[in-house]
Design a protein around this ligand. Sequence first.
Ligand code: NAD
Length: 474
Amino acid sequence: MLAQINQHYIGGAWQASAGSNTLILENPVNGEEYLEIILADERLVDQAVAAAKQAQILWGETSTAQRAEYITKIADELEARREQLIDALSLELGCPKWFVTEVQVDDPIDALRKHVRWTLDLTNTDKHDERLEVLKEPIGVSAIITPWNYPLHQLIAKIAPALAAGCTLVVKPSEYTPKTAIILAQAIEASGLPAGVFNLVVGTGADIGDALTTHPDVRCVSFTGSTKVGVHIQQQAAQSVKRVLLELGGKSAFLIDKTNNLQQAVELGVEDVLVNSGQTCVALTRMLVHESQYQQACEIAKQYAESAAISADLSSDALLGPVINRTQFERVLAYIELGQSEGASLLCGGKSTLAEQTKGFFIGPTIFANVDNSMRIAQEEIFGPVLCLIPYQDTEHAIAIANDTPFGLSARVWADDKSKAKDIAKQIEAGQVYINDAMWHNAAPFGGYKQSGNGRELGSQAINEFLESKSVIF
Ligand code: NAD
């Protein structure tokens, strides 16, 4: 019989949903059904918001030292569940365990611990002069809505600053990664966080999204996900003028200046698009290469992609596994077909032979050459292991292409001259710009320009997003 989950954490207790809507999840490596979720309904949302509202009174009064202590305890409890988290995430995402361990588990726990310092550094009163004090107060009950691609990271990047600010929470994780969210809730329960401060409802956007984002007692909605859903949430929340923090999609550029290290740069760029099977919001899916090095870059990219290991054995050291589900599988394959019909050259990739053998959702590392930036494959987020190589004539042209996108989440600049790289970085419209082979930084404020969003996570700035200012004038 299919395993079932019916666990929602509300007011410090686990509750079952009495709703009739269910969702069946398929194992990404073989397409077999492995879990049925009994989804939360609007009644549970109301209960969760009521619990959060009740808990807000006391939680808002706690000191930053107390909040920092709880954050440390939650990190310790997560650490104690590390193996459980690795198994759950690897199963839910179909992601190799080495990547899950480093990036999906250890990294978010490190990010959580970093919030301890930012919480302790928080000053709740800014005395301007004898006549003016500006108080920082928690905005109140916050709805947290997250996607499935880096589920633990995305939950922590919202929950930690919101708790630090003194807000109580109703969390709705992606319905595709319920096990990860439940383990997090169990860790929070074990930390002793007061009942009602953190509440978890597992449901779909269609079933309970609007109930959360329009609820009169919710003051803030922090959302990570697609731009389409983000726009809908902003419209829903606007009716009651809630604060809405959005972390949305991307179509980020990797601008490679004429370089003596083309091999290293291109390989880094291809790997960036392949890990997590390309389901990374900051993936550098447009590689911009000077026309004099373009042909060579295409050859390096093809060779690297063809040699990248893809496997159904998630304990292996393969670079990638399948994409998360059937919908995503079909969507990415449709984009690969679209790219060819738009006139781009498919150098390698498409449906992997593993997909036939296993019935899993495997898509091979896919490289498109001769891509024009106006093509849909260069403008729309594909969210799969698909890279577009685009030639440019000079630096000005490259920057124009990099910015010619509705998104502005991330970018990377590769230049042998570091000061030139920084100069280019300043001209790119994106929330983060990595220079050469720089790696992810858990203290770097994270968020988008343009249609990639409006909020910032990580760093002390993230806590401010959950605070209100009150001017007291004497
Ligand atoms: P999605 O937008 O489909 O869903 C995200 C979350 O929103 C899920 O929990 C979903 O249940 C919920 N949701 C759906 N409809 C809703 C509604 N009407 N009201 C309220 N909630 C609703 O995104 P996804 O497919 O889960 O994730 C992939 C997307 O997320 C990609 O576009 C990716 O770029 C983006 N993303 C952005 C960032 C970032 O930080 N900028 C990070 C990761 C992923």
